[in-house]
Design a protein around this ligand. Structure first.
Ligand SMILES: *Cc1c(COP(=O)(O)O)cnc(C)c1O
Length: 390
């Protein structure tokens, strides 16, 4: 059964408060191992590490509370929480491929997903094709007899293209292809890939779930069968399960996640209206808009997400982009997003200066994450930086 978001966040997994002195906030069970009173108990635990407290590389009670909540938010049977979103990507892909397989992925995926697909999979004899994910026909055209995984990210990083997840999932199922979707931008509050038929939903918990820029973590949600197999193979052998203290910080982040998420969305819309009208801005892409999909008559995503916008500057040289960024006083220049603070990262920082082509709107673009400051505060900072490059 599907629980309400507030029940999941406030109560689910915390039914046995008697186990921890009826404390309102769950404890951080900061232990590496668990003791047994008989050899038989220990033997039984070895036989099924997936359902007993034995060693914290496997299961841990603090992490367990978090797993229950995150799986329920995803409407998944089970989930694993790992030490980064990148680990979630790595483990979910590697758990579903073998030598000789072919993977279809969408253009514009997160940089480290791109790295795994283009650098690590070839070492294992696994080929790939990138497609424009906005239409299911593009997947149909790229499929091969040995295609085993379709890797999605909806919306994608930077330009926020969405994919028709339900249609892709239905098509992939007919071909026994496993679908994986990075849902970091929407979070399960805005889109539930599993409910749309996707096999494995992943997210970077570093972003909206943590919400305070103090934890790096990732989530993998799927069926019990897929998760249990992944637990015994990748999870236990890579040994990168989340540690109890970080799990506790994520539990704390979850308590306010819906409020933060809504607020960031609202503020970002106001900021985007200012940016859209600014004479120094050439083009604007918002994470909550999918204009291309409408233009092409392709199924428009019903996903809801917020906080991020990418805008390209109307400039005649790359130095102006740098001057704009360097002039910001409160919006911090840093990677990541989903925290309490506004952040900006210019595309030109990801390439050598001489490669920047000012005629290419992507090259002069900046990605802005709108945090929990007021819209006026953020706009004032942008405005004074724009003034400096006029
Ligand atoms: C940040 C991010 C990741 C990686 O997550 P980490 O927790 O930084 O490893 C994966 N996918 C997307 C879309 C991201 O923005």
């Amino acid at each position: 059964m599907a629980y309400s978001v507030h029940y999941i966040i406030n109560h689910l997994g915390e039914e046995n408060k008697g186990d921890y002195f009826r404390a309102v906030a769950p404890p951080i069970i900061q232990t590496s191992n668990f003791a047994f009173s008989t050899v038989q108990q220990l033997r039984e635990s070895f036989e099924n590490e997936y359902s007993t407290w034995l060693y914290s590389r496997g299961l841990n009670p603090t992490v367990e509370i978090l797993r229950k909540k995150l799986a329920a938010l995803d409407e998944a049977e089970d989930c694993l929480v790992v030490n980064s979103g990148a680990a979630a990507i790595y483990m979910s892909i590697l758990s579903q491929v073998k030598q000789g397989d072919h993977v279809i992925a969408v253009h514009g995926v997160y940089s480290w997903a791109h790295q795994i697909i283009t650098q690590i999979l070839p070492q294992l004899g696994i080929t790939h094709t990138f497609v424009d994910g906005r239409s299911v026909q593009n997947f149909m055209a790229a499929v091969r007899p040995n295609t085993t995984v379709v890797y999605l990210e909806s919306p994608t990083s930077w330009l926020y293209h969405t994919q028709p997840l339900a249609a892709i999932a239905a098509w992939a199922k007919q071909h026994q292809i496993i679908t994986i979707c990075d849902n970091s931008f929407c979070t399960p509050l805005g889109q539930k890939p599993i409910a749309l038929g996707i096999d494995i939903a992943i997210q970077s918990a570093t972003k909206f779930i943590s919400g305070h820029s103090d934890v790096v973590a990732g989530v993998i949600s799927s069926s019990k069968a897929i998760i249990e197999k992944m637990f015994h193979q990748q999870y236990m052998s890579i040994g990168s399960g989340i540690q109890p203290f970080n799990a506790w910080l994520l539990l704390r982040g979850l308590r306010t996640m819906p409020l933060r998420w809504q607020q960031v969305h609202q503020t970002a819309k106001v900021v985007s209206e200012y940016v859209a009208k600014h004479p120094m801005v050439r083009q604007l892409w918002c994470v909550w808009q999918t204009p291309f999909d409408a233009e092409n008559g392709v199924e428009v995503s019903t996903a809801s997400c917020g906080g991020l916008l990418t805008f390209s500057l109307q400039v005649s040289n790359a130095q102006q982009v740098e001057d704009f960024c360097n002039a910001l006083q409160h919006i911090q220049m840093a990677v990541s997003w989903g925290g309490y603070e506004s952040l900006l990262i210019p595309k030109c920082a990801t390439m050598p200066l001489h490669m920047v082509d000012v005629h290419n709107p992507e090259h002069t673009s900046c990605r802005l994450y709108v945090g929990l400051e007021t819209a006026e505060f953020i706009i004032a900072d942008l405005e004074q930086a724009f003034q400096k490059i006029r």
